[in-house]
Design a binder for this molecule. Structure first.
Ligand SMILES: *Cc1c(COP(=O)(O)O)cnc(C)c1O
Length: 352
């Protein structure tokens, strides 16, 4: 049966990318060697890494603007610690916006190194909205926010103007919508939500913000060390980087972020309209902050639960359960999810 994959992460990738990746595992570049059994210093792999880094800058319109691109390991979760290591001055402080589980985890890690101010939080309403009235301290070392809250289903539609470095965790909505990416000083994202398989983390850094902390940074945690070695300080996650490169090329061929945003918007309108017009369902976050990537909703009553879940199964809908900490349903509609899959889900909701 054809599956419709709404998994939150790891999650759907374009079928053509999976096909190319499978071929490369057996025979990369027609060399009769596997992509994962050749040196990361070999010419063909160095070309993969260079292409992946270049595609990131091209897709985000950040070429020649003083940014470096890294493919690191340790997940977005290790960036929660690397960010303060690289930006927090000794005795300095950082401002954080607390919009859900991932921001809260990021905040916790800063406390290992220094002072953090939570300048606004939506914890009072169970993270169902994005706080908007707050003031960033002009003398903080940086401001950190999470563009899309994967678990709760909220998304920042705009970002504050500030003179201090702006750092953003874009794990679950990078490459999904047009933004002025040059407003950010660091963008990071675990690959497994919108770019590739688990195993690598994309980090985009404005070079000029580094080297100002006065702190001694362990090599593996030092962005400058990785930048100086073209993201090859140690063995990179070769397979994850290769598949990410293929996905970025797929996105470019499709027309880039502008083109995918149109499709993502159509998917979001289709599903949210059904949630709002069908009395059996309700959305779980405030409308103006609704995510176009992770749509969270629930049944208004329990009586149709069994039937709904049976229909989901019969129609090949995968990964629709809400996060274990929240419950309900979550439809993750990353770039590779076709509109057709959302239509199948909506048809089930109408039938119920
Ligand atoms: C999934 C996710 C993370 C954690 O990513 P790992 O790669 O598992 O460490 C961090 N932030 C956001 C917004 C996420 O969606």
């Amino acid at each position: 049966m054809k599956k419709h994959n709404f998994s939150a992460g790891p999650c759907i990738l374009p079928h053509s990318v999976l096909k190319q990746a499978s071929d490369a595992v057996l025979n990369f570049n027609n060399d009769n060697l596997s992509l994962i059994e050749i040196s990361h210093r070999s010419k063909p792999f160095v070309a993969v890494m260079e292409k992946a880094r270049a595609l990131v800058l091209e897709l985000l319109s950040l070429e020649n603007k003083g940014y470096s691109v890294l493919f690191l390991q340790g997940g977005a979760s290790l960036e929660f610690l690397m960010i303060p290591y690289n930006l927090l001055k000794i005795n300095g402080k950082a401002d954080y916006l607390d919009t859900g589980t991932w921001s809260s985890k990021a905040i916790k890690e800063v406390k290992n190194l220094g002072n953090v101010t939570v300048i606004a939080t939506s914890r009072d309403k169970d993270f169902t909205y994005i706080p908007k009235d707050y003031t960033i301290n002009p003398d903080s070392d940086y401001f950190h926010c999470t563009s899309n809250n994967t678990i709760r289903g909220t998304q920042m539609k705009s970002f504050p103007k500030t003179n201090i470095p702006l750092v953003c965790d874009m794990s679950s909505d990078i490459f999904s919508r047009e933004l002025d990416f040059s407003q950010f000083d660091i963008i990071y994202a675990g690959a497994q939500k919108n770019m590739g398989p688990a195993g690598t983390t994309l980090v985009i850094i404005k070079d000029e913000i580094l080297g100002k902390t006065g702190r001694s940074i362990p090599s593996m945690l030092d962005y400058q060390v990785h930048i100086d070695k073209d993201s090859m300080f140690n063995t990179p996650a070769v397979f994850a980087v290769y598949v990410s490169m293929l996905t970025l090329q797929w996105l470019k061929d499709l027309g880039g972020i502008k083109a995918i945003e149109k499709i993502n918007t159509a998917k979001a309108i289709l599903l949210y309209s059904e949630i709002d017009s069908n009395p059996l369902f309700e959305g779980t976050v405030v409308k103006e902050d609704r995510s176009h990537m992770n749509v969270t909703f629930r049944l208004t009553g329990e009586s149709k639960k069994e039937k709904f879940e049976q229909l989901l199964q019969e129609n090949g809908i995968n990964g629709l359960s809400g996060h274990r900490s929240v419950g309900g349903y979550r439809a993750s509609m990353y770039n590779a999810l076709p509109l057709e899959s959302v239509q199948v889900l909506v048809n089930i909701m109408k039938q119920l």
